[in-house]
Design a protein around this ligand. Structure first.
Ligand SMILES: Cc1ncc(COP(=O)(O)O)c(C=O)c1O
Length: 398
């Protein structure tokens, strides 16, 4: 059988590829601390489940392709409340932020096109882009410079006649970087001057720890043709299993193009859309409490990292991830060894080796991403395991 060359070029998710090793470790009775996957343990607001219970229509019918009105209204009102005025027909509901990304990539990229993305980046971007036949032109960023990339010369050096768009996650996965208003403005200006789409993946938008709210690309005025925002209820409301996200754009043509995909797949889950609309009734006190918890976890993680000799990392300002460069030759080898050979009191650790977060070859080999989505005590223990694991791994080699 022959498979699509585009699909053949895609890789497996680095967040999931060590699962078989983890299974074997668990069969040996090891307890594993999971810092490898961004699945929050925060409870989903009960309004979600109440809305499901209260659903009383006799037929679970298809929803409109662009989304159920009650959810479109909720998203429109939310953005209105942060100073980004939208109408319902600026919003297309998708199966998670994941499908929103696929829709946009499919609508704007062709074989041979390029999209600029600062690296390290969320590896699934690569899958969605590879499937269009386009390629990623990375802007390499480093922990020593806080993973910042919004510098005119650096961005413009990547633009050529094949460039169609610039994509970034804000707050950053995996870097935890939060872009300033000036940086966003500069990126929008560059996109406008070069006639490019500017795609802001804001699925972590509530998780900013410096006290300032996140500025959305949608709050910028004068860039309606360029700006596209990807949003999702997954992380914001700890509702990953709802699989509800959206594409937001004031660009009418783009909306119409994406609508073809929406109609092709008919609609996203009717019931999950209705329940997701209820999530938008959650007040600021919910986010204050969740932010406080994540900030405490971040502090627990960075406290532990500080104690490990030779580690380089940049203090994250948002999302719930930390990238770190470890004093080892190869983070993937360390991960496999920690699952196959290492244990401390029957326990070991999983993180995400970060080489595949980079497009540039031979970059990020000794780097990892950790998600602080488990409780503080377990985070502290995870950092002990990381310290012990690195030491034992390096001693084993000598
Ligand atoms: C940066 C980023 N964008 C999009 C997504 C997609 O999430 P979902 O499809 O659950 O909305 C994720 C999930 O981890 C992510 O980290």
């Amino acid at each position: 059988m022959k498979f699509s060359a585009k699909m053949e070029r895609c890789g497996l998710s680095p967040m999931r590829k060590f699962a078989p090793y983890a299974l074997k470790a668990e069969e040996k009775g090891r307890k594993i601390y999971h810092l490898n996957i961004g699945q929050p343990d925060i409870e989903t607001p009960p309004v979600y489940f109440e809305a499901v219970k209260n659903f009383s229509q006799p037929v679970l019918a298809y929803a409109p392709s662009a989304g159920v009105p009650v959810l479109l209204d909720a998203i429109r009102d939310y953005y209105g409340s942060i100073g980004a005025s939208l109408t319902d027909d600026n919003i297309l509901i998708s199966t998670g932020g994941s499908e929103a990304l696929q829709m946009v990539m499919s609508a704007i990229l062709d074989e041979g096109d390029e999209i600029i993305i600062p690296e390290p980046f969320y590896p699934n971007y690569s899958t969605f882009i590879t499937l269009t036949g386009a390629s990623i032109r990375p802007i390499t960023t480093r922990p020593e410079e806080g993973y910042r990339f919004a510098v005119r010369e650096r961005v413009e050096a990547c633009i050529n006649e094949h460039t169609r768009a610039i994509l970034f996650t804000n707050p950053g996965n995996p870097t935890g970087t939060v872009m300033t208003a000036d940086e966003l403005k500069l990126m929008a200006e560059i996109a406008k001057e070069h006639d490019l789409f500017l795609i802001g993946d804001e699925v972590y938008r509530e998780f900013v720890y410096g006290g300032e709210p996140l500025m959305s690309l949608l709050q910028l005025e004068g860039y309606d043709e360029n700006v596209v925002v990807i949003d999702s209820v997954s992380k914001r409301f700890s509702a990953c299993g709802a699989r509800i996200g959206c594409v937001i754009t004031r660009n009418r043509e783009l909306y119409n193009q994406v609508m073809k995909w929406c109609q092709g797949r008919l609609c996203t889950s009717t019931l999950d859309q209705i329940a997701s609309a209820a999530l938008y009734s959650v007040g600021p006190e919910y986010f204050d409490a969740v932010r406080k918890e994540y900030k405490a976890r971040k502090d627990a993680l960075t406290e532990g990292l500080k104690k490990i000799p030779g580690i380089v990392y940049s203090e994250p300002k948002g999302a719930f991830y930390v990238m770190a460069a470890l004093p080892v030759d190869d983070a993937e080898k360390l991960q496999i060894w920690m699952l196959e050979e290492f244990e401390d009191q029957g326990e070991t650790l999983m993180f995400t080796p970060a080489e595949s977060f980079y497009r540039t070859p031979d970059t990020g080999k000794n780097e990892i991403r950790m998600a602080y989505v488990i409780n503080r005590k377990d985070i502290a223990r995870s950092m002990e395991l990381l310290a012990k694991g690195i030491e034992a791994y390096n001693n084993r080699q000598t």
